[in-house]
Each structure stands twice: as structure tokens, then as C-alpha cells.
Write a protein that binds this ligand. Structure first.
Ligand SMILES: *Cc1c(COP(=O)(O)O)cnc(C)c1O
Length: 393
């Protein structure tokens, strides 16, 4: 038995394949086999694998300045923060390295604000099935079944409501509620899109009760859903937002954004060694400048329509339940729990494989590069058809 991961602490089941290089929509393994990649690092590689734009940003910035320390300003940090403020409804930005870290910062900000302005309000209402990351507090904030127990005792002060059920949010609210934290499209839960009417009711309810609305856009932000930020689709403005995944286009970069009135950290309340380092910020700026152009976003919406139509046709032909999603974050719903088999069959296709993700036993999630070409999208759909045919036959 030659297990390539024998020296690693086991955290997940991985196929034996070792990937060696990628370009655009394609990922090549050490045997030389090519795979069309519709996972893209879990919606991380907004511009596909190894885009020239990121290579250039990394090279230029690494020759200029790697890390002056978070105690000093650097130009990419200031420019990326300024650009995010220009593009969004927010006024202030804190940069971090992962989605969980940005979400922790959002919860800290909400609790700081609660302690200063709301008489010690500190509770955070989240949603069943939600995913906010893997730190202890974010496991408490998430609504994944079982996550309250495996590392007990867990940080407290997190309660749960049900998505698209405004009465459940009202019931969860107390005098101690500081914030409601929501994924407008629940990614890990299986691409469950919030109802726009619910999103507007939630915005009105939180405003009326003086409770912060935090949008976790770690997966949905930076073009993924066809807009710079998914909240635009829902016609609401959150008070606080977090970004990660697509923001760095493949490098570790995250952000917390807030409106001026919630900009309430005192010096020393929040920070981190790599927060705002110029190397990652320079990449983020290059990604944001490319992805958040209106013509680029229009292209994302066109590819999303193509993917949605293709998935609907597949669902029809195979008698499946259907597809759902927003922009280029979509899921195909299978009639039985065969998603893992479909993922394996897709990767095993010859001569080229297809990389898919199964966030739930009956669900295939598709998160292609935002700049995937129409021909590559058609090829991906054709490969998916073949893999489904092999499994469902
Ligand atoms: C991936 C994800 C996170 C966690 O991000 P990490 O970078 O893995 O810490 C948080 N929230 C959402 C919605 C995510 O999809």
C-alpha cells in the first residue's frame, strides 16, 4: 500500500491522485492526466488556476515588500481596503487570512458594539445548517449537526434560527442579541438560497431591534453569485460583511467590512501577524479589479445561465429533482445518496477527468472559475452527463 498521505495527520478522505499543476479551468495530476476542474479550490480560484494576473502581482510585490509588520501601513493594504469600500456599501475594512478568522472578527466586532452601545448584548443568532468555519467559536456559530459536541465544551452565546422563517428569528431574539449572522446562499449546506423576501424581512427586523446584520459572504462574495457581492441580488445592505475564498483568487486572504457606525474596535482589540500583509493584499487588489468590472460580472451571469440551463437539461434527461443556486455557485440534486459515487466516476473518466464536489450525500456542487469559457462549460456539462450515466445506469 503506497499511501501518498502517510505523513499527514488524517483530516479527510482524499483520492490517491497528487495534483502537480493547473492552468485556467484545468488541473493536471502527476501521471499527466488532465481534469476539468469545477471545484476550483471550493470556489476559491475566481480566475482559475495560476492566472497571469496573480503571478504578476505576487512577483512584483514580493520583489518590493513582503511584510513591514501589521504595526505599519503598506500601500497594497490601503489600496485594497479603499477599493472594497468603493465597491460596497461599507466604510471600513480589516484584512485577515481565512474565512473563519474574518468571521471571528465579525463576532468580536458585534460583541464589542454590544458591550459599548447595547448594554452588554452579546448573543449571535445563526441558522441551522449554516457553515462559518472551523475555529471553536465558528463551530458554535455554525449550524452543522454534531458540531456542538465533538470539541465540547464549546464557546457559548450562539443560538439558531431557521432560514426563510422570520418567526424563528423573532423567537430567538432576546435583550442580549447583538447580531444575526447569515449566509445569503448557504454553501456547505448544499447551495440553499435565501428567499429575497426573507432577506428583506430580516433586514427590517434587525434594524428595528437594533441588532447587527452580518452577511458571511466568504463563499458568495467577489463575483461568485453574478454581482460583486451577493447582498446586491437580495436588495439589502448588511451592517457587517465577511469575505475570503474568492477574494484572494487562491491565496489566503479574507476581509471584515463594516459601516462607520460599527467601527468600534479600540487599539489592541483585534489584530494578527499576517493581517494586512502586502503580498496577499496585492493579489486581492488584482483579483478585485478584474472580477468586479461590470463586463466581467456580466460574463459570470451569462456562464451561470449556461450552467443552469445545462443542469436543467441533465436533470430532465435523467429524471432528477433539478438544480439550484445563484450565479456560478450551483448544485444538482440527485434522487438518492450517490453523490460520492458520481464524484469518483467523474474523476475516473478517460481521457480527461472532471472534478466535482459533493457537500451532501445527494448533491453535486459546481463552482467553476468565474472566467471559464463557454466551450469549457459545455465540455464540463458533457463530462458530468457521462459520469451520471455511469452511476445512475
Ligand atoms: C469556507 C467558508 C468559511 C470558512 O472559511 P475558511 O477560509 O475555510 O476559514 C466560512 N463561511 C463560509 C460561508 C464558507 O463557505
Amino acid at each position: 500500500m503506497n499511501d501518498p498521505g502517510h505523513a499527514l495527520i488524517t483530516i479527510t478522505q482524499r483520492p490517491d491522485t497528487v495534483f502537480s499543476h493547473g492552468q485556467g479551468a484545468w488541473l493536471t495530476d502527476e501521471s499527466g492526466k488532465r481534469h476539468l476542474d469545477l471545484v476550483q479550490g471550493w470556489a476559491v480560484n475566481s480566475l482559475g488556476h495560476s492566472p497571469a494576473l496573480i503571478t504578476q502581482a505576487l512577483l512584483a510585490q514580493s520583489q518590493r515588500l513582503l511584510n513591514p509588520s501589521p504595526a505599519y501601513y503598506n500601500r497594497p493594504l490601503l489600496d485594497l481596503a479603499g477599493r472594497l469600500v468603493e465597491l460596497s456599501c461599507f466604510d471600513r475594512v480589516f484584512l485577515a487570512s481565512s474565512g473563519a478568522e474574518a468571521n471571528e472578527a465579525a463576532v468580536k466586532l458585534a460583541r464589542r458594539w454590544g458591550s459599548r452601545r447595547r448594554g452588554g448584548a452579546h448573543e449571535i443568532i445563526g441558522f441551522e445548517q449554516a457553515f462559518h468555519g472551523r475555529t471553536l467559536a465558528m463551530m458554535s456559530a455554525s449550524g452543522k449537526p454534531g458540531w456542538g459536541e465533538i470539541y465540547a465544551p464549546m464557546p457559548t452565546g450562539f443560538t439558531k434560527a431557521r432560514l426563510n422563517d422570520i418567526a424563528s428569528v423573532e423567537r430567538a431574539m432576546t435583550l442580549h442579541t447583538a447580531a444575526v449572522m447569515i449566509e445569503l446562499v448557504q454553501g456547505e449546506a448544499g447551495v440553499v438560497v435565501a428567499d429575497p423576501g426573507f432577506a428583506r424581512e430580516l433586514r427590517a427586523l434587525t434594524a428595528e431591534r437594533g441588532v447587527l446584520l452580518i452577511a458571511d459572504e466568504v463563499q458568495t462574495g467577489i463575483g461568485r453569485c453574478g454581482h460583486a457581492f451577493a447582498y446586491e441580488h437580495f436588495g439589502i445592505e448588511p451592517d457587517v460583511m465577511t469575505l475570503a475564498k474568492g477574494l484572494g483568487g487562491g491565496v489566503p486572504l479574507a476581509a471584515l467590512l463594516c459601516k462607520e457606525e460599527f467601527n468600534c474596535f479600540a487599539p489592541g482589540d483585534q489584530g494578527g501577524t499576517f493581517c494586512g500583509n502586502p503580498l496577499m493584499a496585492a493579489v486581492g487588489l488584482a483579483v478585485v479589479n478584474e472580477v468586479c468590472r461590470e463586463d466581467f460580472l456580466a460574463g459570470v451571469r451569462e456562464r451561470a445561465a449556461q450552467l443552469s440551463a445545462g443542469l436543467q437539461a441533465i436533470a430532465r434527461d435523467h429524471g432528477l429533482v433539478g438544480e439550484r443556486g445563484l450565479g456560478l455557485l450551483r448544485a444538482l440534486v440527485l434522487p438518492t445518496n450517490v453523490a460520492a459515487e458520481v464524484v469518483a466516476a467523474a474523476q475516473a473518466l478517460e481521457p480527461v477527468g472532471l472534478l466535482l464536489n459533493a457537500p451532501r450525500p445527494h448533491l453535486i456542487r459546481l463552482m467553476p472559475a468565474l472566467n471559464i469559457s463557454p466551450a469549457e462549460m459545455d465540455e464540463g456539462l458533457a463530462l458530468l452527463r457521462r459520469a451520471l450515466g455511469d452511476v445512475l445506469r
